[in-house]
Design a protein around this ligand. Structure first.
Ligand code: KIV
Ligand code: ZN
Length: 534
């Protein structure tokens, strides 16, 4: 699936000259995937890469190739598919990491190796057990090797903000001398204050030889809720790349949120006159997709993409908005892809109107996918009088996030209430063969999941079960997310249905299908995440 702009291959703006444009580097699939439980399948990553490319993100960090076969494969396949954005892979300072990364990004039209090493005393002493001098040498050696394999190399100083200033200057100088084109200064532990972060950039830009020929980058974690403020402070001080993630996902408290940094630069261009190339009307679509595939809900009051971000409840605010939207609105919902079309959908809506609605919501499905989605829409319209935009988004994202379906739900009947234990009567189709079971449980959902386990025995452990109503009203669809884990391999499944138990059964089965296909493609490896510390 691509958005309506997928075929629009007009040349992008020239690569930004330092000082003019801010490069947007998305790390949702690398640092974002390091959030506990936020694992994505290869198919989901490919879909997300298309969304990011359509959105005109400059650099897509697609994974950490040496971490697992799955990460390698994801980076390689995204490199084969993406033509406009730069595709980047992460590598530690060792030769094995850098060579594996170069292999993964090999097919990319524009590839980048992002290599890093810790520079702070805490990490040097306790993780690397290397002296400051040895770290500086490793910076030079690793960037030199990366440059021999790829023309575009980014170097990061992990835990830069807790590094002695002189040591940081020496490392940055070594990286520039060895040929790094981008120098990233991560606030790895989310510890810094905006004025301190800005001072680091000013110091490096003023004092390190060769600094005027490279792009400096921010990478801020949100442990103190300062990631966006710090990223903007970095830009104010001369950084011209921001590393961000959709919905702010990432290690621990997450990374700076792409949507917040980009919109802050757009809305307050009077303060920071450095545009990004991002097509901001694609933001909501990207946010919803990331939320659907990770199972991480977006908090209602989240800036830019929260359900309430443009809702005006207080009477005085509503009155002002009716008189003039500028009274309480600093940006329009359409600017970030919320709202859009006023077409109300229902039972009598035809295929053409449905396609138009999908376009307005940022989807451009191929004929088969459109037919399938339209069929599901009609089924829903039989059960629900008014179909809201959110219903359609849930329905399409549900279909898009499904992997190969070795197991399918054929029928389900659940009896529950105050009289006796809940009972689920379930029929699944497993590899084309029907199988049925009856099970009880500590509640109807437990009974349904027990029935699935009876028919398709597996060792996976349920890590997340989450339900939320897609819209308001008693006939709202329930959107269910299920996360399963087996041997360190994690898979998520979603489903939306007006029947919460049917959605639960289907979400569980989807998660199981995703887990099976992940294990078939890439045997789970215990070394996930190595010592990246994110
Ligand atoms: O937070 C961090 O330091 C990182 C690096 C690997 C860039 O994610
Ligand atoms: Zn990080």
């Amino acid at each position: 699936m691509t958005s309506d702009a997928a075929n629009d291959r007009r040349p992008r703006a020239d690569p930004p000259a330092p000082g003019q444009r801010v490069i947007v580097f998305d790390t949702t699939m690398r640092d974002g995937e390091q959030s506990p439980g936020a694992s994505m399948s290869i198919d989901e990553k490919l879909e997300l890469a298309k969304i990011l490319e359509d959105m005109r993100v400059d650099v897509i960090e697609a994974g950490f190739p040496i971490a697992s076969n799955g990460d390698f494969e994801a980076v390689r396949r995204i490199s084969q598919m993406v033509t406009e954005s730069t595709v980047c892979g992460l590598a530690r300072a060792g030769a094995a990491d850098i060579e594996r990364c170069a292999e993964a990004i090999g097919p990319a039209a524009r590839g980048r190796i992002h290599t890093f090493i810790s520079t702070s005393p805490q990490h040097r002493d306790h993780i690397l057990r290397m002296s400051a001098g040895e770290v500086v040498e490793a910076v030079h050696a690793s960037v030199t090797l990366a440059r021999n394999l790829c023309g575009d190399v980014e170097w990061s100083a992990q835990d830069a903000t807790r590094t002695e200033r002189d040591m940081l200057r020496r490392c940055v100088e070594a990286a520039i001398r060895a040929g790094a084109g981008t120098i990233n200064i991560p606030d790895t532990v989310g510890f810094t204050y905006p004025d301190e972060y800005a001072a680091i950039f000013r110091d490096l830009i003023e004092n390190v030889p060769g600094a005027d020929g490279v792009v400096f980058s921010t990478h801020c974690h949100n442990d103190l809720g300062l990631a966006v403020a710090n990223s903007l402070a970095g830009v104010q001080a001369g950084a011209r790349q921001v590393e961000v993630a959709i919905n702010g996902i990432g290690e621990r408290a997450g990374n700076a949120a792409l949507e917040e940094v980009v919109m802050a630069l757009k809305v307050r261009a009077d303060r920071l006159p450095f545009p990004t190339g991002v097509r901001t009307e694609h933001i909501t679509r990207a946010s919803r997709y990331v939320s659907a595939i990770t199972g991480f809900p977006v908090q209602f009051n989240k800036a830019i993409v929260g359900k309430n971000a443009f809702a005006h409840e207080a009477g005085i605010h509503q009155d002002g908005m009716l008189k003039n939207a500028q009274t309480y609105e600093i940006m329009r919902p359409e600017d970030v892809g919320q709202g859009g079309s006023n077409l109300v959908m229902g039972k009598h809506s035809g295929r053409h109107a449905f396609r138009e609605k999908l376009r307005a919501l940022g989807y451009d499905l191929g004929q088969n996918a459109l037919n399938e989605a339209f069929g599901r829409f009609k089924d829903l319209a039989d059960k629900k009088k008014t179909i809201y935009d959110d219903d359609i988004v849930a329905l399409v994202d549900d279909a898009l996030s499904r992997g190969a379906e070795r197991i399918q739900v054929k029928s389900l009947r659940v009896v529950s209430g105050t009289e006796g234990p809940p009972q689920a009567r379930l029929t699944l189709v497993v590899d084309g063969v029907e199988a049925a079971a009856v099970a009880t449980g500590d509640g109807p959902v437990d009974a349904v999941f027990n029935a699935i386990r009876q028919i398709a025995p597996h060792a996976a452990v349920l890590r997340l079960f989450q339900v939320h109503a897609v819209t308001e009203g008693a006939d709202a669809q329930a959107q269910v997310s299920v996360r399963l884990e087996e041997d360190g391999s994690i898979a998520t499944g979603q489903s939306a249905d007006t029947d919460t138990l049917t959605a639960s059964a289907t979400a569980y089965v989807n998660a199981l299908n995703n887990l099976i296909s992940r294990q078939e493609k890439a045997p789970p490896e215990p070394l996930r995440k190595l010592n990246s510390n994110g």
